[in-house]
Design a protein around this ligand. Structure first.
Ligand code: ADP
Ligand code: MG
Length: 623
């Protein structure tokens, strides 16, 4: 021990990650190599980038590489890179503490209802800890590029709660990670095993990954590159196999699933760039966990030099599920994030990315319905944000949306707006929908009844985002989108007359209800929407759906109180009964129950649920 050695405790959450990882990754333990190689590759990328401004950082060692070796006697596997390295402070900040919100998100995802697969560890920025799945001790030796040889750092831990830090002399820059393998992990001490894992997981890392060369089973003292080690996207399409594309995606996205589809394009001209963009088959957990602030997955390269993760600069938020690479020829290498945000060239590249992705999704919708359904299940709700976010592409995006419908197959979201328009009845001028907070509530909305009776199709929307999206989609292909719960319903002349007569006939009943309900309602009207139910709520065109208002209030938002209009079906037996009821108390119970059941069906919050229950019980017990 020397004077500069110190022992520190892992932060509580790191200890939790370690526990989780070692227990749940066991059946896929080999991914530790992918994660360590990925870190080494990131470190080489960082050095290459920093050396643009500061070429001295490369010193004499201009070729960046990653070396994997093993020692049968010592029972160690070592991953070494000559990349950027870390200072003591960086070691402390990056391994052992929570460098990003990734740790927390990983823990949430691993313990949440919808459990994440531990193999996704790399997506959460905690991949380093996978080393402890196969090692009972990990030693990191590292020296920052440009730092003096005595500025090396040794970090060591058994992954049980503490790590030791020590200043050491290191002749070379970069990072060496030494895994002291657990007792039964001998399989990783074999060259063929390491080589095959590198092929499987890291073939598309753009730096050479080397293993000690052997001849007739004996080391020759030289190194041999075992991966493809080239920037895949720079090759002509004709030379890239599907397997190559898939392999590249997997190492790029730390995903173990195949991507759903991809699009690879080169634009030549006054501004040249290459894009290789993928649609994943499943939402990365980050997306689900509201990972909006730290978006990774779209890498910006300039002339093959990795510059930064630039998903936010290169794609609008509603396409944040896309993974891939953009390589621009004409941007300045010393570009900063601030510059990127206001760069006209980048705007053009962003426009091209959006176009490519929408083209790709359209192609899936047209040619590969099964894949499109998979895509839509995973990302349909995210895509809907585009209706609000991307005015220029609103119609294109709307065309891709799918909904459940009164003519569809149950809750399956498979009806497009074009399908709907194709089935519209003669004289029908609007696209009708209903929103609710579940499919069942939407399908059971009393407001649908008249539409059912007239055989007019209604789209059934039950995702939280729908109401918000519809606020920004009044029209599609020249047809208005209208809620069955709002405004007037379409009546032909005969209906209108019937409605007027019914209103006249029901005038005493309406008056009675207005008196009984007082200021609980804005008005009481005879409904043109109902055929079977006794009552429903009606909203003005600009009112927020009650279920949404409830959700927003529950989330702490202040909304102006608005009183509902109650619509009634005078032909219904309950209204007949109210009409004939002389007793004041019983009349009041009935009137309030008519209002409350309409509120419940619309997903509104009852102002006084206990009073409702008492009321209902009184009425149930009446003889
Ligand atoms: P991520 O790679 O997603 O950031 P990791 O847990 O794999 O998460 O790594 C944590 C951090 O540790 C990295 O962001 C990096 O700063 C640092 N690190 C890990 N390995 C290396 C390495 N070989 N060279 C330099 N820094 C490294
Ligand atoms: Mg990593």
């Amino acid at each position: 021990m020397n004077a500069t050695t110190e022992t520190r405790k892992f932060e509580a959450e790191v200890a939790q990650v370690l526990h989780l990882v070692t227990h749940s990754l066991y059946s896929h333990k080999e991914i530790f190599l992918r994660e360590l190689v990925s870190n080494a590759s990131d470190a080489c990328d960082k050095l290459r980038f920093e050396s643009i401004a500061n070429p001295d950082l490369l010193g004499g060692e201009g070729v960046l590489h990653i070396d994997v070796s093993w020692d049968e006697k010592a029972r160690t596997v070592t991953v070494r890179d000559n990349g950027i390295g870390m200072s003591r402070d960086e070691v402390v900040a990056n391994i052992g503490t929570i460098a990003s919100s990734g740790t927390r998100r990983f823990l949430e995802a691993m313990s949440g209802e919808q459990k994440a697969d531990a193999r996704l560890i790399g997506q959460f920025g905690v991949g380093f800890y996978s080393a402890f799945v196969v090692a009972d001790k990990v030693t990191v030796l590292t020296r920052r590029a440009g730092a003096a040889t005595d500025a090396g750092v040794k970090w060591e831990s058994d992954g049980k709660g503490e790590y030791a830090l020590e200043a050491v002399e290191l002749a070379e820059r970069g990072t060496t990670v030494i895994l002291h393998l657990k007792a039964d992990e001998d399989e990783f001490l074999k060259r063929w095993q390491l080589a095959s894992l590198i092929h499987k997981y890291s073939d598309h890392v753009a730096f050479p990954i080397r293993l000690p060369k052997e001849q007739d089973g004996q080391p020759t003292g030289e190194w041999e590159t075992v991966n493809a080690a080239s920037a895949l996207w720079t090759k002509p399409k004709g030379e890239i196999s599907d397997a190559d594309y898939i392999g590249f995606y997997k190492s790029l996205g730390h995903d173990f699933n195949d991507p759903l589809a991809w699009t690879h394009n080169r634009v030549e001209g006054s501004q040249s760039f290459t894009t290789l963009l993928y649609l994943p088959a499943q939402p990365p957990f980050d997306l689900m966990m509201g990972g909006r602030d730290e978006r990774k997955g779209l890498k910006l390269y300039i002339k093959r030099v990795f510059i930064m993760d630039a998903a936010e600069e290169l794609l609008p938020n509603y396409l944040r599920f896309v993974r891939g690479v953009v390589d621009a020829d004409d941007l300045p290498l010393n570009v900063s994030r601030e510059i990127l945000q206001h760069n006209r060239q980048l705007e053009r590249i962003k426009g091209a990315c959006v176009k490519r992705v929408l083209d790709l999704i359209e192609k899936l919708a047209r040619d590969e319905p099964e894949k499109f359904a998979t895509f839509y299940k995973a990302f349909g709700n995210t895509l809907k944000e585009g209706v609000v976010e991307d005015h220029a592409n609103r119609e294109r995006i709307a065309k891709l949306l799918r909904f459940a419908s009164t003519r569809g197959e149950g809750a399956k979201q498979a009806v497009s707006l074009d399908d709907y328009i194709g089935r519209m009845k003669v004289g029908q001028d609007a696209i009708w929908y209903v929103t609710a907070d579940s499919y069942a509530a939407a399908a059971g909305s009393p407001q649908l009844e008249a539409f059912r009776a007239k055989d007019i199709e209604v789209l059934l929307m039950s995702d939280r985002i729908d109401e918000w999206m519809l606020g920004n989609l009044d029209e599609y292909e020249g047809r208005k989108l209208r809620s069955v719960a709002k405004g007037e319903v379409p009546l032909d002349e005969a209906d209108k007359q019937k409605q007027e007569e019914a209103t006249r006939a029901a005038e005493p009943l309406l008056k009675k209800l207005r008196e009984l309900l007082g200021d609980r309602v804005a008005d009481v009207k005879v409904s043109a929407r109902l055929t079977d139910s006794p009552s429903c709520l009606a909203l003005s065109d600009y009112e927020m759906a009650p279920h949404l208002a409830r959700l927003l209030r529950e989330a702490g938002q202040e909304l102006p109180e608005s009183k509902p209009t109650l619509e009634i079906n005078p032909a219904h037996a309950l209204l007949r009964r109210l009409e004939g009821e002389a007793d004041e108390g019983r009349s009041k119970d009935l009137a309030l129950l008519l209002l409350e059941q309409a509120e419940i069906a619309a997903g509104a919050a009852l102002p006084d649920p206990a009073a409702f229950v008492q009321r209902m019980n009184r009425v149930l017990l009446e003889r």
